[in-house]
Structures are given as C-alpha cells and as structure tokens.
Design a protein around this ligand. Structure first.
Ligand code: ADP
Ligand code: MG
Length: 327
C-alpha cells in the first residue's frame, strides 16, 4: 500500500504503449522486482485521485491468470501502476522474436485468457476491454497472465480522450458503437490467437516490407481507393513505425487507412486459422466461434471454457517452462 516512487530504482525500459511506458524497477526496501507503468494523465488532480481510488480494486484481483498488483501512486503529472514483472515479456514480443507460436502453446494461451476473463467478470464484473498479444504476458515459470484490464472507468475515459486509432482488435459491434460486453473480449482473443499462430497480424498482408500490390488486393475490402503515387520517404518511415507495432496499414504504395481497416472488420468475413488443415480442427473451430460477427451468436468466456479445444489444452502435457527456456 505504501509504495513510494523514491523506493523504486529504474532498471530497464520494457516497452512503450498507447498510454505511456513500462519500466522494470527494483523496490529497494524489499528487493522486489516490479514492472512500473507510467501513464500520463492530462486531467485535474481530482480526476487523478479518482483514478487512483478506482485502481485499488486491483488489490482484490487474485488469480493465477491475472498479473498481481503492488500498488499505484501519483507522480505528477503521471499515474504510476506497479505490477508483477513477467520476465519473458508479452506474446507479441515473443512471436516477433521466435516466429509463429506452436498451436499447443496457443491453446494454453487461449485457456489462460479465458480463465482470466472469467475470473474478472464472475468475481468482479470487470470486462477486460483490451485483449491483444501485448497484454498477455509470459514468464520463465511457464505462467501466462493477462494485464491492463479496464478497472478504472475514469482511466479509460482519460486515455480514450487522448488516444484513438490502433484499436484493431476491436469487434465489429464495438466499431459500430455498441456497448462493450465480455463477448467483445472474445472477438479480440480470436484475433490475437490467429496472430500468434500465424506470426502476423491477421488483417495485414502476409508478405514482408516489399509487399506486392496484387497480393494485398485480395485481402482487402473491394471498396479501397485507387492506388496512390509511390510512397514518399516520410510515408515509408511511418510505415516502418506501424509495422513495428504489428499493424500493417500500407502495402507497396497503397494506403489502408485506419478507417478502411475498421470498415473491413465490419463488412468482410472474419479472418480464420488458415490454411485449412494446417491446424487441428478443434483449434479452427474455436477461433471461428470467437470470431462470429454477431455478438448474440458468440459465446462468453465462461462458456468457451467448455469447448473441446480448451478441454484438450487443459490436459495437454506440453511443458511451458521448458518452452520458455528456449528463448
Ligand atoms: P502495449 O500493451 O500497448 O504494448 P503498454 O504500455 O501496456 O503498451 O506496455 C508496453 C510493453 O511493456 C508491453 O508490450 C510489454 O511487452 C511490456 N510490459 C508491460 N507490462 C509488463 C509486465 N508486467 N512485465 C513485463 N513486461 C511488461
Ligand atoms: Mg499493455
């Protein structure tokens, strides 16, 4: 509870995201290694205090599938959130380092995320709202846990006001303005699982940087604008940046704006685990049921825990600790 910034010694930068940055730190009095998330909040002190109060719920979130919370404090103009440090980082970082992730491991990821979502909703009535590979963390003990869930309505508001744009794990109904439900998280899980199994964001073009136009054409909405002139240097730099975030919005002189991507998600068939036959039928079926476009037809996390592929993943003997030691 009495976590103070003065007691934390910076060790290393872990990453930058939409809302701020994350550092590996040591809590010197106890020797505990933590991850400190620094979120810049452009709001009144009263709002900052309110956010801090709301974050305290995280103290009650105790599950093997949820990142532990050490505490939060204001360090003007930032809010610092201290949480369990996961030494193998997030799953996006892992697949970008080692390539597509074995489907058996992806099955364990699906199981852990569903358990985490079910715990958050059943026990605390919390909807995650930001399931994506960078919010699924892994450690050398072989544990898989989710982080960055929407506990603080006030924090969600403050960040949403400042940052828009990269919400590409967003479900069709959310894009169309419907309320968030646990089923929106299930959509995001489906997209994330394909990304891990294929080693690329499913809405992006499969070839690397010098993607050819015709290849890209097939995967995009027919309502794309005509080709643009060759990219300027500035555009190419931008493209690199986006690539590194795992979202490819451009291909060989073409631009797919964030708007077109959102339109694509709403209007086109959902992505699938392809090519057919490469993955177990049960895995294909699980992903398909996560990516049903109508939320009424989509199952809840709790219900999906009974899916045959999840059943299989529960008993699968794959040794995640051994797997973790390979990278
Ligand atoms: P995003 O999730 O959008 O990437 P964040 O600011 O939430 O942005 O996190 C930035 C990066 O920091 C993540 O991609 C992840 O690799 C790393 N990270 C976040 N939390 C932890 C943690 N508890 N332990 C280890 N690494 C973390
Ligand atoms: Mg995050």
């Amino acid at each position: 509870h009495d976590l103070r910034n003065e007691d934390l010694k910076d060790m290393q930068e872990l990453g930058q995201g939409n809302g701020g940055s994350v550092k590996k730190v040591e809590h010197v009095p106890t020797g505990t290694i933590m991850a400190k998330k620094i979120v810049l909040i452009d709001a009144k002190p009263s709002v900052r205090k309110q956010i801090l109060r709301e974050l305290q719920i995280m103290h009650d979130c105790n599950s093997n599938y949820i990142i532990s919370f050490y505490g939060a404090f204001i360090s003007d103009p930032n809010i610092c959130i201290c949480m369990e440090y996961m030494d193998k980082g997030s799953l996006d970082g892992i697949y970008k380092k080692i390539g597509p992730i074995d489907i058996e491991v992806v099955g364990k990821v699906a199981l852990a995320v569903l358990e985490g979502l079910t715990y958050l909703y059943d026990v605390h009535r919390i909807i995650h709202r930001d399931i994506k590979p960078s919010n699924i963390l892994f450690n050398s003990k072989g544990q898989i846990k989710i982080c960055d869930f929407g506990v603080s309505g006030e924090l969600i508001n403050s960040i949403a006001d400042t940052f828009v744009g990269t919400s590409t794990y967003m479900s069709p109904e959310r894009i169309q303005g419907a309320q968030y439900t646990v089923k929106s998280d299930v959509w995001s899980l489906g997209i994330s699982l394909i990304e891990l199994a294929l080693g690329r964001f499913p809405f992006s073009d499969s070839s690397s940087d010098e993607s050819d136009l015709s290849d890209f054409e097939g995967t995009l909405s027919p309502a794309r604008p005509a080709p643009l002139p060759p990219m300027t240097r500035a555009q190419k730099d931008k493209k690199k940046k986006r690539k590194s975030r795992g979202v490819s919005l451009q291909g060989g002189g073409m631009t797919m704006s964030i708007l077109e991507l959102l339109q694509h998600i709403v209007n086109e068939p959902a992505p699938r685990l392809t090519p057919e036959g490469r993955f177990p039928k049960e895995a294909e079926d699980f992903v398909d049921s996560c990516l049903l476009k109508t939320p009424d037809e989509r199952r809840t996390p709790k219900d999906l825990l009974k899916h045959a592929w999840i059943d299989h993943s529960r008993t699968a003997t794959i040794d995640l600790e051994a797997w973790a030691s390979t990278f």
